[in-house]
Ligand binder design. Structure first.
Ligand code: SF4
Length: 251
């Protein structure tokens, strides 16, 4: 496979520049493909996972399996449910009276917050803190050009005096390239790895609505109680957003 050879070349060059590398591992198909590609360098690689403590049980089992497989597995913890209890459920659209404005509306605890605020607190900031403290100078991400939500393509950056570098060895792969490559590594492409959002992240997530339908179908089949709960919260968010839109229509 031509693309995997090109990705391996990128990794070879990257590992020549960096003695210690950290692979940002969500457990989704892209970072899993990256993990297999980086196998020749596993002894110099930290595999870093943010445990939001709101995982699906299968993801927990999967991470235990990866932990046994690689020499350096690092778990960074956050606490999504605690965050939600304080700032509200993540939503793609935020009604201010039910979010930070809840305090002013006299409603007490906010009921919703921006999904990016939630991800920032529970996924991205813990990674940033890890970057500050680790002796790794290179970081690998499985981000692709075709991903519908992408972080900025930062390559070189500094944290204080530390010079760090990010690489994206499978940036030009498609989802199907990734699945084909994993199948060649004898990874079973199960129902989760066929999902658009295969890392699953937090089971309690009520945001990322474009992926909610396939995610809820998966949850209904495998975690019906959790599906009922998430659907009930999403219904409340929907009502709140609709009520605001009605006000807007009247302006
Ligand atoms: S995936 Fe959802 S619940 Fe998890 S941190 Fe991001 S917004 Fe919050």
């Amino acid at each position: 496979m031509e693309k995997s050879q090109a990705a391996t070349k990128t990794l070879e060059s990257f590992y020549k520049l960096h003695q210690k590398v950290a692979l940002l591992f969500s457990g989704g198909k892209d970072s899993l493909a990256l993990l297999y590609l980086a196998k020749p360098w596993w002894d110099r690689t930290y595999v870093v996972w943010v445990n939001t403590q709101c995982n699906f049980p299968e993801m927990h089992r999967f991470m235990e399996h990866i932990q046994r497989m690689v020499p350096h597995f690092i778990e960074v913890k956050s606490n999504t449910l605690k965050f939600i209890n304080t700032y509200g459920f993540p939503s793609d659209v935020v009604v201010s009276e039910q979010a930070d404005g809840a305090v002013f509306a006299g409603e007490g605890t906010p009921q919703m917050c921006s999904k990016f605020e939630c991800c920032q607190h529970n996924l991205w900031r813990p990674i940033w803190e890890f970057m500050k403290s680790t002796d790794a100078t290179g970081f690998l991400k499985g981000q692709k050009y075709t991903d519908h939500l992408r972080a900025p393509w930062v390559d070189k950056f500094n944290i204080g005096d530390k010079k760090l570098e990010l690489a994206y060895p499978i940036a030009d792969w498609s989802d199907e390239d990734v699945r084909r490559y994993l199948a060649c590594q004898s990874v079973e492409i199960d129902e989760r790895l066929r999902l658009p959002h295969s890392s699953l992240d937090c089971w309690c997530c009520t945001a990322y609505w474009d992926q909610m339908k396939s995610r809820l179908k998966y949850m209904e089949r495998h975690h019906p109680d959790k599906a009922v709960y998430v659907k009930s919260v999403v219904a409340r968010i929907k009502d709140a957003v609709k009520a605001e839109l009605t006000k807007l229509e009247e302006v």
